[in-house]
Structure formats: structure tokens, C-alpha cells
Design a protein around this ligand. Structure first.
Ligand code: FHN
Length: 442
């Protein structure tokens, strides 16, 4: 131990945020799209006429469903309506700057024709690689691609939840080789991949592989310099995940914000992070029933604003159907988010935590490297007066509304560096953005 730090061989490789261009690009994305697509998209949460309430992509594991019947879905996987260009166009219109695609979820079914298993799209009636057209179409639309990969693989007989016997350990050694082969294969086949989004890494068998995972991470980073890997990939030698024994973030960004968003900047400890979010409560793969509370466009926009205001990216999940089409509800959310982004994107892309005291009317963001502050207004007070506290010796030189530059505001300075922006109306129906150009007082 050094001071109160423990010396670790497989802990974090770095303290503080990455400072390179690839990570700066990731940080500036603001908005992303997540895609969960696989065999589970065919039943869509229903089996033999029964609706299962759990997450649709987990249906193979629910009681009453035989594994072999589920695995036979491969013979029915034929997404004839799949159109990579149309998917990419919808994401582009929404304003997504990156997409995270499930190459393989927990069931082990691969959307690319992996050489290392026959449980892939190549064995389905569709036959063709699905990852390549997606990577090409998204890249063509100016959207970066990150590959989702589940380490846990229910289709592989060598997968173990824990290693308790000699046999387990022999099987898991084979599984590690298989995992490495598949990951290197993906990076080889899709060289424009910007990052890997790992999942299914919580079981003991994997958590015990600190040395292997560390070495593999180094190998992948060498192969694709700039590659972005989050905190879910590997544990340290004491089995600590996300943060090592010394509390340092493992990987390039914190991957712990799944369907939840921090409330304060202190909760993210100065780290990069992304929040992945479902439209219904907890459904990632296509769920035909689409029950429970379905988030609205304004709710999702508020989540996006909150994430960016606290230095994170917001990644909205889509669960295409087994036939390759995207459900109309998701398409219309994407369109509405895109319509808002078309006017207000300036307050999202390349923006960060503004360092200002939070106010109840909404969220502040700041354009990285500038003095431009954005007020993303979600709750208009009945008084119509929006409070702004700037750092000492800073004043507002210009205030105007995004999309309506002619609508300017004359801030009322209440006291030094504290002002009211007075809205002309309090009957706004949707969130909007006010730009504050600020300057140091001389
Ligand atoms: O079990 C999965 C779940 O199905 C989904 O893929 C999410 C996405 O972040 N990850 C896991 C749960 O953490």
C-alpha cells in the first residue's frame, strides 16, 4: 500500500479523464441511439399466447420457455423489411451522433457471421451480415458506431456463472479464448468501430478474470488506437467493478447510469459517463405489448438536457421488430426529438456542465471552450422570471432564444452577477432554449 492507496496490477490505467481527440469527440456527442435487436425481437415478449412482463430480450431465461425452442428461433430469423439506410436516416434526423448496436446479446446470437460459432445470422434464413450494412449506413450518415457485446453467452456450453470445479475452469478457459476471438474478429471486420459497449460482465466467472480482461483490453486498444471502452468490461484483482479498489474509474467512462440520471455534478466525480434509457420502463428488445408508462418526447428531451448539463451523453434505446422494421411509436418519438434538435442542437452538441447554481426552471449547458451559456427551459414559473446566477464579475452581454434570434431579452440585474430573464409569455407548451452570451466585467 502507498499512502492509503493499495497497489494494484489490474486496476484503473489512468486517473482523470482521457484527453485525446477520440474521447473529445465522444464527449461532444450529447445524443446517441441504442439498438437492441436479435432473436428475441421475433417473440417480442410473447410466447405461446402468453405475455411475459420481464424485459423482452430476456425471454429465453423465463420459466416455461424451453431453451431449445428459443434457440430454434434462428430458423425463423428473416428480417425482410430490414433497411440499414432507413434506420440510419431516422437516427440522423433524431440528431444522434452515435449508435450502440447489439452485435450479440445474452442469448449469444450473433448479428454478424462469426467464424467461431454457428449461432449467427449466417445460419438463419436471412444469411447475410447485419452489422456491416449498419456500420456503413450509419457512418455514411455521419454517425459513429459503437458495438455492444455481451460477455455472458447463454448459447455457449462453456459459459459459466461461476468457477467452482476443475471442469468449470477448463470450460471457462475455452470460453475466454472464444470471447477474445470474437472481439478481435469484430474489430477486424468493422475497422471504423469507435468503441465497445460491454454488458453481461457481472457474474463471478468473469469477475475473476482480471488479468485476462486487462490484457485483452490492452490488446484491443493497441489494435484500434482511440477505442473507447466503458467501466463494465473488467474488474480489478479484488473483483471490484466500475471503480477499482482505490475508487478509480475502470475504463474510459462510467457505464453505471442505466435508466437513471444523476441529480448533481458531484455524483459523477468528474468522470465521463453515458445514460442508456428505455422508452417503456425496462424493455430493450422489441416488446409487442408496449405496456406501462411510455415516456413522452418532452420527458426524453428533459433527460437529454439533464445528462448534458451534468457532463454526460444520453443514449435512447430502440427495439426493432423481428422483421427488421422499427415500430411507429419509436419512429414518431425520433422524429419529434429530431424536430426539437433541429432548432436547439446548439445547446446539446459540444456542450458541458456550465458550473452554475442549478435553477428550478431547467438546465444550464455551456459550449465547451466558449463563454456561451444555454438555458434549457422545461418548467416556466408563473412569474415568467428565470433566475440566473453567473460567476462573480461576469455579465450577460446578449440573451436570445434559439430558433427565434429576433426574440431577445434584456436581463434585469437583481444584484451583482444575479439576474432575471423575463419571459414575454408563460404559456409555452414545449421546452425551449435561451442563449446567454456572457463576458467578464471590466
Ligand atoms: O441485461 C441487459 C439488458 O437486457 C440490456 O441489454 C441492458 C442495456 O444496458 N443491459 C443489461 C442490464 O444491465
Amino acid at each position: 500500500a502507498q499512502g492509503d492507496k493499495v497497489s494494484l496490477v489490474h486496476g484503473a490505467h489512468r486517473t482523470g479523464r482521457r484527453t485525446d481527440a477520440a474521447m473529445a469527440r465522444w464527449r461532444a456527442y450529447g445524443l446517441g441511439q441504442f439498438i437492441h435487436w436479435g432473436l428475441y425481437s421475433i417473440p417480442g415478449g410473447e410466447w405461446d399466447g402468453k405475455t411475459y412482463n420481464g424485459a423482452a430480450e430476456w425471454i429465453r431465461s423465463w420459466d416455461g420457455i424451453t431453451k431449445s425452442a428459443y434457440d430454434s428461433l434462428i430458423y425463423h430469423f428473416n428480417p425482410v423489411k430490414f433497411d440499414a439506410t432507413a434506420w440510419a436516416a431516422a437516427a440522423q434526423q433524431m440528431g444522434a451522433k452515435y449508435v450502440t448496436i447489439t452485435t450479440k446479446h445474452h442469448d449469444g446470437f450473433c448479428l454478424w457471421p462469426s467464424k467461431y460459432t454457428s449461432y449467427t445470422v449466417a445460419s438463419s434464413p436471412y444469411k447475410k451480415d447485419l452489422i456491416k450494412p449498419l456500420v456503413d449506413a450509419y457512418n455514411k450518415a455521419g454517425i459513429d458506431v459503437i458495438l455492444y457485446f455481451s460477455i455472458m453467452d447463454w448459447s455457449n456450453p462453456d459459459w459459466r456463472y461461476d468457477i467452482k470445479t476443475k471442469d468449470d475452469s477448463i470450460a471457462f478457459e475455452r470460453f475466454k479464448k472464444f470471447t477474445r476471438n470474437q472481439l478481435l474478429e469484430l474489430l477486424e471486420r468493422y475497422p471504423t468501430t469507435k468503441g465497445l459497449w460491454f454488458d453481461g460482465t457481472w457474474d463471478n466467472a468473469w469477475v475473476k478474470q482480471a488479468a485476462f480482461a486487462d490484457e485483452l483490453e490492452t490488446e484491443m486498444r493497441k489494435m484500434r488506437p482511440g477505442l473507447i471502452i466503458g467501466s463494465r468490461f473488467r474488474a480489478d484483482e479484488n473483483g471490484k467493478r466500475h471503480f477499482d479498489t482505490n475508487g478509480q474509474l475502470m475504463g474510459d467512462y462510467e457505464q453505471g447510469w442505466e435508466r437513471k440520471i444523476p441529480n448533481t455534478i458531484t455524483e459523477v466525480h468528474g468522470n465521463d459517463w453515458d445514460c442508456v434509457m428505455t422508452v417503456p420502463e425496462n424493455q430493450w428488445g422489441y416488446n409487442a405489448a408496449w405496456k406501462g408508462h411510455i415516456k413522452t418526447t418532452d420527458e426524453l428531451l428533459e433527460m437529454l438536457a439533464k445528462c448534458v448539463s451534468l457532463d454526460g451523453n444520453f443514449v435512447l434505446n430502440f427495439g426493432p421488430k423481428g422483421d427488421g422494421s422499427i415500430r411507429k411509436e419509436e419512429l414518431s418519438l425520433a422524429r419529434e426529438i429530431g424536430d426539437w434538435m433541429a432548432v436547439n442542437q446548439e445547446a446539446i452538441y459540444g456542450c458541458e456542465y456550465a458550473g452554475l447554481e442549478p435553477q428550478n426552471w431547467g438546465y444550464f449547458t455551456k459550449k465547451t471552450g466558449t463563454d456561451k451559456i444555454y438555458m434549457l427551459v422545461f418548467n416556466v414559473p408563473v412569474s415568467g422570471a428565470l433566475r440566473v446566477k453567473l460567476p462573480v464579475q461576469t455579465s450577460i452581454s446578449k440573451a436570445y432564444r434559439l430558433g427565434q434570434p429576433a426574440q431577445t431579452f434584456v436581463p434585469e440585474e437583481i444584484q451583482a452577477s444575479e439576474s432575471f430573464i423575463h419571459l414575454k409569455t408563460t404559456s409555452e407548451k414545449h421546452p425551449f432554449v435561451i442563449v446567454l452570451e456572457t463576458a467578464k466585467k471590466t
